[in-house]
Design a protein around this ligand. Structure first.
Ligand code: PLP
Length: 361
């Protein structure tokens, strides 16, 4: 069978070693004669999974002890509502940095709960999509927090600069970039991420929240979105997505075995450099994103002749390069190259791109 490389933006490729291990223990987990997804979330065995996975995540990200880690339902979009409901307190506004599709979606949701101060930071750099430097962001004085998305999965735009806004509460939507490299968690009030890109299966969302931000939720917040309730119940106020949690735990272990986030950073850099170098080598392929804001995780690119898009995709598919079609909003192609994508996968893609250009250029 052809070796398949899946470039989907999410749900996305998982490490093959993790899938094999899950397969091996699927029907008989830890000798119990049953699957991990069939046991109670309150059983001693599952609580061990929960605690170990949290510890491994804490080790990987060096999460300070004054942060809670919540394993939630509802995807990142649920957090678009949970954030204002938990953090506005008696304020009526929050700063929302608009750098792309997902940051904008968070603003739309926040409008149900407050009057967000939307700050458009998109800019054009020599005709390419860029982001204004953080020092130019016009934050307001009366905002409960500042929300931004450091990696726009669809636009392929990244903000690598880390926030340094004094005592402002900064929130980062890390859905498509968490665990891709080391991160200074202490710069943030809240970091959140849907699992289905760089962590594990869909159905789980991680929320890392600084303890002093708990206890401020509005009365009407649904209990399952209330950070304080979740923290007090070790993320088991209701039945958590146990299988996704277990599998994410295996991914955390895998990351540790690979050498942790410094090593992942190195590998992700090598993959992204190879892909962008291939895009930049000729006019046959184009990136619309300015150099300083190119994402390492999601790489959209266009063919100079869009009439070739369909041929490109079908030829790529035929040799096992899957899910390269760009998002409908942006068009063209997009290669998502999260942690689980090996360099060999990107090399196969770039070899194909060079060959495709030779034949069709
Ligand atoms: N934020 C970002 C950066 C995303 O990429 C996505 C999904 O692709 C979302 C939020 C929404 O995530 P979910 O589908 O888990 O609600």
């Amino acid at each position: 069978m052809t070796q398949v490389y899946n470039f989907s933006s999410g749900p996305a490729m998982l490490p093959v070693e993790v899938l094999r291990r899950a397969e091996q223990e699927l029907c008989n987990w830890h000798g119990l004669g049953t699957s991990v997804m069939e046991i109670s979330h309150r059983s001693k065995e599952f609580i061990e999974v929960a605690q170990q996975s949290e510890q491994d995540l804490r080790d990987l990200l060096k999460i300070p002890s004054n942060y809670k880690v919540l394993f939630c339902h509802g995807g990142a979009r649920a957090q678009f509502a949970a954030l204002p409901l938990n953090l506005l307190g008696d304020k009526t506004t929050a700063d929302y940095i608009d750098g792309g599709y997902w940051a904008h979606s968070a603003i739309t949701e926040a409008q149900k709960y407050c009057t967000p101060n939307a700050i458009d930071v998109k800019t054009s750099v020599d005709g390419l999509l860029g982001i204004k430097p953080m020092k130019e962001w016009q934050l307001s004085d009366d905002a409960a927090y500042v929300h931004y998305c450091p990696n726009e999965t669809i636009d392929g735009v990244a903000i690598d600069e880390l926030p340094d806004f004094g005592d402002k509460v900064v929130i980062g939507d890390y859905s498509s970039t968490i665990l891709s490299g080391p991160l200074d968690v202490s710069r943030f009030g809240v970091i959140y991420a849907g699992a289905q890109k760089n962590i594990g299966p869909a159905g789980l969302t991680l929320v890392i929240v600084r303890e002093d931000l708990l206890g401020k939720a509005r009365r009407e917040v649904p209990s399952i979105l209330d950070y304080t309730v979740l923290a007090e119940n070790d993320s088991m106020f209701n039945t958590p997505p146990t299988f996704a949690w277990y599998l994410s735990g295996l991914v955390f272990k895998w990351l540790k075995e690979q050498g942790g986030l410094v090593e992942m950073h190195k590998r992700n850099q090598a993959k992204a450099e190879l892909l962008y170098a291939t895009i930049d080598k000729s006019d046959f392929y184009r990136s619309r994103v300015a150099l300083a804001n190119r994402s390492w995780m999601n790489v959209p690119f266009q063919l100079a002749d869009p009439a070739l898009d369909k041929v490109f995709l079908s030829e790529a598919e035929a040799i096992g390069l899957q899910a390269l079609k760009g998002h409908r909003v942006v068009g063209g192609m997009r290669a998502s190259i999260y942690n689980a994508m090996p360099l060999a996968g990107v090399k196969t893609l770039t070899d194909f791109m060079v060959d495709f250009e030779r034949r069709h250029g």
